[in-house]
Ligand binder design. Structure first.
Ligand code: CMC
Length: 430
């Protein structure tokens, strides 16, 4: 017998279907609520709203579980690589070796931007934030690929468009960094793998190649992999929102970059390092900052802590913390910010304020410290997040593209403004 929920509104009682996900997560289907009762639901920040059904990523925030296409993040982090995980997310299964080779080749063949795109980089001021450049240039790229907006071609050409976007996001990101430093642009090299190529384009010099180290390449690849998807977060929902109007994949991804930029989302890795630097500069051991973060009048938060979905340790944070220790050992590197971060984490996890609100470290708490050790400048941290998140955005775009009955996303509101008013001519207004 199918499950249902009963809702009583005054004297009216209606029955609403209950649906369950493949991990048994329950939901009340309210899609017919307004038509049958005139009521809508109000859910500030969408904390209780499922905006779609999706096969891509599963999170159990209470238990601290994250799986891509059913595979635990811990296993992927240990055994897989970013490009393989990108395929998994986009196509729904692990690739065969032939599929993986074909996908890598497609990424290589599509890694160069159209030459005319280079002129666009010239127009940005030197101090432009790389997230602004990234979003603008992803959108600008769409001008060079006819077919992106064509409904039939969008489906047929999905493999090439998605490979192009995934490959070129890394090229655009590196170009924007070099532009901001006044350095000559370096092209990707076909013989290098995904993460190696990014390091090459960022750090090689025209006459001296960047010296690849396996440990560094692996650390960057792991950061990309851990960010690859995270179900209906702010940026992914934005991508789906834009895609629901049948906008093209590049336009949808460019909107995702903008949504990711803020310090409460993908900008948090930058904000964490800036917070740690400020604590260090103040000669605070972290205790003063923790006190301020609990005081609502101070307007401060412990960045890299808390999550809308996780009420437990973010599994990605656990992996990143260990990767950070391993990297520092391998490079014989030290950073006072790592010591401050560990002290802050310990203090927060023992503090009633954070315990009661179930605030734990999230993915951003340690990722910035790794990126600093790799020589990535702070303002590029959200860009690294965006490169990593691209497979998730593409996979979510694909779900909308392939959904035969896909509807435009169009939430309702409760209007709280003035009721019906008459226009008053300007000379009669007091
Ligand atoms: N420091 C201090 N207090 C906090 C923090 C924090 N980092 N996070 C939440 N709180 C408090 C908040 O003030 C509220 O307290 P009260 O109940 O007394 O009003 C309570 O905890 C619940 O917080 P909320 O703002 O309702 O939680 P939310 O689900 O709306 O926000 C969040 C989630 C991630 C935006 C928030 O925890 C935050 O701002 N964290 C810091 C920024 C951050 O690290 N963002 C990265 C998130 S992970 C990467 C990603 O996927 O985007």
């Amino acid at each position: 017998m199918s499950e249902s929920a009963k809702l009583t509104i005054g004297s009216q009682e209606i029955e609403l279907p209950v649906i369950r996900g493949s991990e048994d997560e329950p939901a009340i289907d309210i899609s017919k609520l307004r038509a049958s009762t005139g009521f809508i639901t109000l859910d500030d920040g969408y904390g209780n709203t499922g905006s779609c059904k999706s096969d891509i990523t599963f999170i159990d925030g209470e238990k601290g579980i994250l799986r891509y296409r059913g595979i635990p993040i811990e296993e992927l982090a240990e055994k897989s690589r970013f490009v393989e995980v990108a395929w998994l997310l986009i196509h729904g299964k692990l690739p065969t070796s032939e599929e993986l080779r074909g996908f890598s080749d497609l990424l290589t063949q599509n890694q160069n931007l159209h030459e005319d795109m280079k002129h666009h980089f010239e127009a940005f001021p030197a101090m432009a934030h790389p997230m602004a450049i990234l979003s603008s240039m992803i959108n600008a790229s769409s001008c060079f690929y006819p077919g992106l907006n064509d409904k039939e071609l969008r489906v047929d050409r999905f493999p090439i468009h998605s490979a192009r976007l995934l490959s070129q996001v890394r090229t655009i990101a590196a170009f924007s960094y070099r532009k901001s430093r006044g350095l000559p642009i370096l092209y990707p090299k076909p013989e290098l793998k995904y993460s190696e190529n990014f390091l090459h384009m960022m750090f090689s010099e025209p006459y001296r190649d960047y010296q690849m180290s396996d440990v560094v390449v692996r650390a960057l690849d792991l950061i990309f992999l851990l960010h690859a998807d995270h179900e209906q977060n702010c940026s992914t929902s934005t991508v789906r929102m834009v895609a629901s109007s049948q906008a093209n994949m590049f336009a949808s991804a460019a909107a995702g970059v903008c949504a990711l930029w803020g310090p409460l989302h993908g900008g948090a890795n930058q904000a964490v390092v800036e917070m740690l630097e400020a604590i260090h500069a103040d000669s605070d051991d972290g205790s003063r900052f923790i006190r301020d973060a609990k005081d609502k009048t101070k307007g401060k938060r412990l960045m890299g802590f808390g999550h809308r979905v996780y009420r437990n340790y973010d599994p990605r944070a656990r992996i990143i913390k260990k990767a950070c220790d391993d990297l520092f050992d391998a490079l014989e590197h030290s950073d006072p910010l790592l010591d401050i971060a560990k002290t802050l984490e310990k203090a927060a996890l023992e503090d009633d304020y954070f315990i009661e609100r179930k605030l734990y470290p999230n993915v951003d708490f340690y990722s910035g410290i790794i990126l600093r050790a790799l020589g990535i400048p702070t303002e590029m941290f959200p860009v690294i997040f965006a490169i990593g998140r691209m497979p998730g955005w593409i996979a979510n775009f694909k779900e909308i593209l392939e959904e035969p009955h896909s509807r435009i996303y169009r939430p309702r509101q409760i209007y709280t403004g003035q009721v019906n008013q008459s226009y008053v001519p300007v000379d009669e207004r007091s």
